[in-house]
Structures are given as structure tokens and as C-alpha cells.
Design a protein around this ligand. Structure first.
Ligand SMILES: C[S@@+](CC[C@H](N)C(=O)[O-])C[C@H]1O[C@@H](n2cnc3c(N)ncnc32)[C@H](O)[C@@H]1O
Length: 316
């Protein structure tokens, strides 16, 4: 007789099969819960996006009653999970306007649409490129209540999360004196492809590039959001005196962005004193989701800000 403890293959095997089954069932349940949640949010998103500007304005009292009746819930990020990276060169079947004139911004900023004149009363002036989950955008809404800010994001579900977040904030703060979040919106788009289709020459005051995807491998560097060619497009849509803001936790990417911006004739680096007094530098340091993650992990952050120089006359 052996002194060894009896092996329990059948029990162990049974338990692991059961575990797998349970795991699978739980995964399926979680997926259908996510799907149901997203479908509900999508129905709401569509009704707000397409009806809002035709809805009669509610009085302050009516808005208060509505907010009380429907407790406003912010969207839950876990229902909008998506792979971290999206290939900026693949065909995403993106919709984009023929030219900035043909872009219908009224669905994005319904409260800034003048229905009598049949046109927007403001243009987008601040762009957060690759806005992720929208932390910076939400803060820009309060910092620049008079300006329209746009987040551009390539990932579908991340864009939908930001859309739902903005819809909820607009409901929740409908009566807020500082910001009712009607000045921010998000657009699903590839900033590397169609920017001049959305923005006119010299339209933007500020462009943010916060924690862009680093694309570490050398053969992937061409997918970086700052390249010579793209900088010329950014210079085109920026006003003279406008600012490009960059921040990253990857030193090599920081050096890359600095080198490309330094080499470009239409950008000049702003110094540390300027950075210290600029409110947006503080916002991009603290308020993006990626930046907060870096802070939690005690990582480093590198910043570089550049002014858009006047175009030399002979290039006009
Ligand atoms: C690392 S995340 C940073 C997100 C956000 N800026 C932050 O700081 O939390 C980079 C984001 O840029 C988006 N992105 C990458 N390439 C893009 C492109 N060509 N156009 C628009 N968005 C892009 C990604 O989907 C991702 O959400």
C-alpha cells in the first residue's frame, strides 16, 4: 500500500470542467448585460442627437422637475471596453464631410444652432486629438464656457462612452451657471486623415495631443500622430498664435515630438515660464484618464507646447 495521498483526478477534473462552464456562462451573461446596456444607451444617444434641436426649450422649472424625475446616471466605463489600439491606417469606414462648409455641427452642439438663421452661431476652436475617455474635454467645458471644444477619437466604443458621458452631463447640469456642457462634443474620426475636411484654415486656437499612442517599434513610427506631414496639416487648421499642446509618459516619444516640432518652420517652442502660467498645461497634466493613471503609478510626464508662427508672406 502506498503512503501517498490518494490522487483525486476525477474530482479535480470535474471541478475544473465545471469552473470552465461557469466561467463561460458568466462571460456570456456579462456580454449580454454589456450588450443590453449599450443598446439602451444607443437608443437614448440617437434620440438626443437627432431630436434635441427640434425639442421645445424647457423652462428652468420644467428642467428641474425633469432632472428630479429621472435621476441622471453617468455611463459606466466597463460597458464600453475596447482593445487599446486601433490601426490609424486601416479603412474604418469613417464618415467625413466634403469640406468644412458641408459639416453639420448642429447635431453636436444643438444649443449653439441658430434656427432662425439656419446656421451655427459658433465654430469649434479647441480640439483634443485622441481624446480617449474625455477627461480633458470635460474640464475644458468649464474652463472655456464660451468656446466650442471637440474631442476626436478613433475607437468606436470609446467615442460612444464620451458621447453618453456628455449627454448625461448636459442633463445633470442643465441649469449650471458655469457650464451646462453644451460647448463640448466628441466625433469619431481619424485625425491623421481628414482634419482639413472638418476645420477651415486658421480655425483652431488650441490642439491637444495628450498621451498619444507611442507606437514603440521603429517600423511603427510612421503611425505616430506627430510627423512632418501631419504637422503641416495641424499648422493649416491652427490660427497664427494658436498652440499645440503635447504630453506623454514615454520619453522617447517626447523627444520624437520635440524634434519634429522643432524642425517644422511654423512652430516655435514655448518656454517653461509660459507653461507655468498656462491653465491648460495644468489641465492636461491632471485631468486626462491616461495622465491620472500615470500619476497613480508614479510615472514621469513630459510636456512640450508650441506656438503656431505666422505663415511667411511668400507662402500665403
Ligand atoms: C493612450 S490614449 C490617450 C487618451 C487621452 N488623450 C488621455 O490622455 O487619457 C490615445 C488615444 O488616441 C486615440 N487615437 C489614436 N490614433 C488616433 C487617430 N489617428 N485619430 C483619433 N484618435 C486616435 C486612441 O484610440 C486612444 O483613445
Amino acid at each position: 500500500m502506498s503512503n501517498e495521498a490518494p490522487a483525486v483526478p476525477s474530482l479535480a477534473g470535474g471541478a475544473s470542467t465545471k469552473d470552465k462552464e461557469t466561467q463561460l456562462r458568466e462571460q456570456q451573461e456579462a456580454e449580454s448585460k454589456r450588450k443590453a446596456y449599450r443598446e439602451k444607451q444607443e437608443a437614448k444617444r440617437k434620440s438626443v442627437k437627432f431630436d434635441d434641436k427640434d425639442q421645445p426649450e424647457l423652462s428652468t422649472k420644467q428642467q428641474g422637475k425633469k432632472a428630479k424625475k429621472e435621476k441622471v446616471e453617468l455611463p459606466r466605463k466597463r460597458f464600453y471596453r475596447q482593445r487599446a489600439h486601433s490601426n490609424p491606417f486601416s479603412d474604418h469606414r469613417l464618415e467625413y464631410p466634403r469640406s468644412p462648409d458641408s459639416m453639420d455641427w448642429s447635431k453636436f452642439y444643438p444649443k449653439h444652432f441658430d434656427s432662425e438663421q439656419g446656421q451655427m452661431n459658433k465654430k469649434v476652436e479647441i480640439a483634443d486629438i485622441g481624446c480617449g475617455y474625455g477627461g480633458l474635454l470635460i474640464n475644458l467645458a468649464k474652463e472655456f464656457p464660451q468656446l466650442l471644444c471637440l474631442g476626436m477619437e478613433i475607437r468606436v466604443q470609446v467615442t460612444q462612452y464620451v458621447e453618453d458621458r456628455i449627454i448625461a452631463l448636459r442633463e445633470k447640469y442643465a441649469k449650471d451657471k458655469i457650464s451646462n456642457y453644451q460647448n463640448i462634443a466628441v466625433l469619431r474620426g481619424n485625425a491623421m486623415k481628414f482634419l482639413p475636411n472638418f476645420f477651415e484654415k486658421g480655425q483652431l486656437l488650441k490642439m491637444f495631443f495628450c498621451f498619444p499612442d507611442p507606437h514603440f517599434k521603429q517600423r511603427k513610427h510612421k503611425a505616430r500622430i506627430i510627423t512632418n506631414t501631419l504637422l503641416s496639416e495641424y499648422a493649416y487648421v491652427l490660427k497664427e498664435g494658436g498652440v499645440v499642446y503635447t504630453i506623454t509618459d514615454v520619453e522617447d516619444l517626447h523627444n520624437w515630438m520635440v524634434q519634429h516640432l522643432n524642425d517644422h518652420p511654423l512652430f516655435k517652442r514655448l518656454d517653461e515660464n509660459w507653461e507655468k502660467q498656462d491653465k491648460c498645461v495644468e489641465l492636461m497634466w491632471n485631468s486626462t484618464e491616461e495622465g491620472q493613471k500615470v500619476t497613480r503609478n508614479k510615472g514621469s510626464k513630459w510636456i512640450a507646447c508650441y506656438e503656431r508662427l505666422p505663415t511667411p508672406e511668400d507662402c500665403d
